[in-house]
Design a protein around this ligand. Structure first.
Ligand SMILES: Cc1ncc(C[n+]2csc(CCOP(=O)(O)OP(=O)(O)O)c2C)c(N)n1
Ligand SMILES: CC(=O)[C@@H](O)[C@H](O)COP(=O)(O)O
Ligand SMILES: [Mg+2]
Length: 625
């Protein structure tokens, strides 16, 4: 019988003999590789967290104690140890287990995560709540070295020093973000991690020297003067100690005994503690150890070869964007590119390879990325900030206050706009029109296909102001290329002029709407078909014109309805008292779970069949005479 067979509910790991823990770790790794090779998912981060999670589960009592996972992509082992191993086959699938912690899934998931750098803030909040309530649960957060580049971490650490209560922060340092980690904090952690020669005493160098009778003061004065010698006395964790956070480490993040003993001690102390553990991303599966970035988030793959099953390589919107960005960069030295730790995911890595001096990876720091871009723009450069739609949400004020208020020439390349699928509700890019369209000086373009994306990029470089280009995850649409792609400010594209009912589709939904248009044409219904193209400003001339001889406008967008493009059209029609009805096919007031985009569209009635039925109904009831 496998030891893993004895892990069926939370805390079961406590009943496993210490000498059996290495075997259990091996079984968990094998279980992870076997399941994730079928479902896809974040394999390398989870392989690196096996012993770390086991050690935490031996010292914490679930569900009373709280364990928060930063980003949460590395929480599969936590889920296995809290009675969900049998759901691993449904990982990230429609109706199945999420790839991130979900309080709705288990009381052992203390906090929903998905976006980086939130765990310490949440843990601190829980620790203070514990003091107020007078309870005594243990509270711990696990955060990676990549997530440690996020600004919220420093806000929380700053606050932590004032909050005298127990809170364990485990810094899981595998020397990797998705790609190579970047920035000063990463360098600092590397120095500690590689065990650079330093005195192993804790606390402030000077304080300790001052304790030495007679010579101490002289030494301390001497040290103060000779900067170099202070640099040579590299005391690990001084950064944290100076902030009032006790630092312990670095310790081996694959040695369960050492971690268990350290965590037990740390959790007894009634003050903020940071335990720095060193792990290997992808540990235990050779392909993932060798290629931790490739196996950070992987599609279903062949275990033997480590190759993904996907048969054909497709040209994605990201690929189209990256190729065009390099082309534009060659033609225009003002163009710079910025990514927030997503170089490969956004395609900025391709630009960086060509123009290393004009590309910037700022770490997981979207707020900083935007205002950094604003700084570049004030100096006459043209920064392209490439950030996934859902990650851009945290930079709202930087977009408004630092870019749009000054009407700076910053181009936002918003990838993963619309449904992303398996990453679920924290990652669906369905709010960007809503959070951008009301900002003065902002222009929003939603290209319908790969050709329009490249033209829109050219247009954005030529236009002197803030522009947001939004495009979806996955394959670039090749269709409708026969239509001219002549981008004119604020103008939509009339693909076909019919009568009575007009379909106005947005961005990636033009492809879905085209299927509906074709079916309607096939059954003799000659509707008008418009590609919205500009979401802000909306094409009011087009709406005025349609309202003269159409009964109904149907807007189709993969966006939250409130504040989306459709609501802007409705607002305009009402303001002008135009004699045309408007129906907006969009996402009602809800978050959208994980699943395939096709399944999610069916659930949201944004698939071609549902849209066709809805439009046929409108035609039969509202467009009769
Ligand atoms: C706000 C935000 N930006 C970007 C991401 C994308 N992302 C997910 S995991 C990750 C790297 C995390 O690195 P680390 O914390 O070291 O965890 P590891 O995968 O190395 O265990 C990034 C950039 C995100 N989830 N949230
Ligand atoms: C965990 C996380 O936030 C990233 O790894 C994200 O899952 C990447 O998304 P893509 O797969 O769309 O690049
Ligand atoms: Mg890491």
């Amino acid at each position: 019988m496998n030891i893993l067979d004895r892990i069926n509910k939370p805390n079961d790991i406590k009943d496993i003999d210490r000498e059996d823990l290495p075997e259990l770790a091996d079984e968990i790794r094998e279980f992870l590789v076997s399941h994730v090779s079928e479902t896809g998912g974040h394999l390398a981060p989870n392989l690196g967290c096996v012993e770390l999670t086991m050690a935490l589960h031996r010292v914490l009592d679930f569900p009373e104690d709280k364990l928060i996972w930063d980003v949460g992509h590395q929480s599969y082992v936590h889920k296995i140890l809290t009675g969900r191993k049998n759901e691993m086959g449904t990982l990230r699938q429609f109706g199945g287990m999420s790839g991130f912690p979900k309080t709705s899934e288990s009381p052992c998931d203390a906090f929903n995560t998905g976006h980086s750098s939130t765990s310490i803030s949440a843990a601190l909040g829980m620790a203070c709540a514990r003091s107020i309530k007078g309870t005594n649960e243990k509270i711990a957060a696990v955060i990676g070295d990549g997530s440690f580049t996020g600004g919220m971490v420093y806000e929380a650490m700053n606050n932590m020093a004032d909050i005298k209560t127990g809170c364990l922060v485990v810094l899981n340092d595998n020397n990797m973000s998705i790609d190579r980690n970047v920035g000063g904090m990463s360098t600092y952690l590397s120095k500690i991690r590689v065990g650079q020669q330093y005195n192993d005493f804790k606390g402030n160098v000077e304080k300790i020297l001052m304790k030495i009778p007679v010579a101490g003061e002289h030494l301390a004065r001497g040290l103060k003067k000779s900067k170099d010698s202070i640099k040579q006395i590299f005391v690990p964790g001084m950064f944290f100690e100076e902030l009032g956070v006790t630092y312990i480490g670095p310790i081996d993040g694959h040695d369960i005994d050492v971690m268990e003993a350290t965590f037990r001690k740390a959790l007894k102390l009634n003050r903020p503690i940071l335990v720095h553990v060193k792990t290997v991303k992808g540990k235990g599966y050779t392909h993932a150890e060798r290629h931790p970035s490739y196996f950070h988030g992987i599609d279903p793959f062949d275990i033997q070869t480590g190759k993904v099953m996907k048969d054909r390589k497709v040209m994605t919107n990201t690929g189209v964007f990256a190729r065009k960005l390099v082309e534009l960069g060659k033609a225009d030295p003002r163009i710079t590119a910025i990514t927030a730790a997503m170089g490969k995911g956004t395609g900025v890595a391709a630009f960086a390879a060509e123009f290393p001096d004009r590309a910037f990876d700022v770490g997981i720091a979207e707020e900083h990325a935007v205002t950094f871009a604003a700084g570049l723009a004030t100096s006459g450069l043209v920064p392209v900030v490439a950030i996934y739609s859902s990650f851009l949400q945290r930079a709202y004020d930087q977009i408004l206050h630092d870019v749009c208020l000054q009407k700076l020439h910053v181009i936002f390349a918003i990838d993963r706009s619309g449904l992303v699928g398996a990453d679920g509700d924290t990652h669906q890019g369905i709010f960007d029109t809503a959070f951008l369209s009301h900002i003065p000086n902002m222009t929003i373009i939603a290209p319908k296909n790969r050709y329009e994306l490249t033209r829109a990029m050219e247009w954005a470089v030529a236009y002197d102001g803030p522009v947001a280009l939004k495009y979806s995850r996955g394959e670039a649409y090749y269709g409708l290329k026969e239509y001219n792609v002549d981008i004119e400010y604020g103008r939509s594209e009339m693909i076909h002029r019919g009568q009575k009912l007009a379909i106005v589709a947005v961005g990636n939904m033009v492809q879905e709407a085209e299927k509906v248009y074709d079916r309607l044409l096939a059954d003799g219904t000659n509707v008008t078909f418009v590609n919205a193209r500009f979401l802000k400003p909306i094409d009011t001339d087009m709406i005025d014109e349609l309202s003269k001889d159409h009964k109904h406008i149907v807007v189709i967008e993969e966006e939250i309805k409130h504040g989306g493009y459709g609501s802007l059209v409705e607002e305009y029609v009402m303001d002008r008292h135009l004699d045309v009805d408007v129906t907006v096919c969009a996402i009602e007031d809800t978050f959208v779970q994980h699943g395939s985009v096709e399944e999610l569209r069916r659930m949201l009635k944004l698939d071609a069949d549902s849209l066709y039925d809805r439009i046929k109904h409108i035609i039969s009831t509202d467009c009769t005479e």
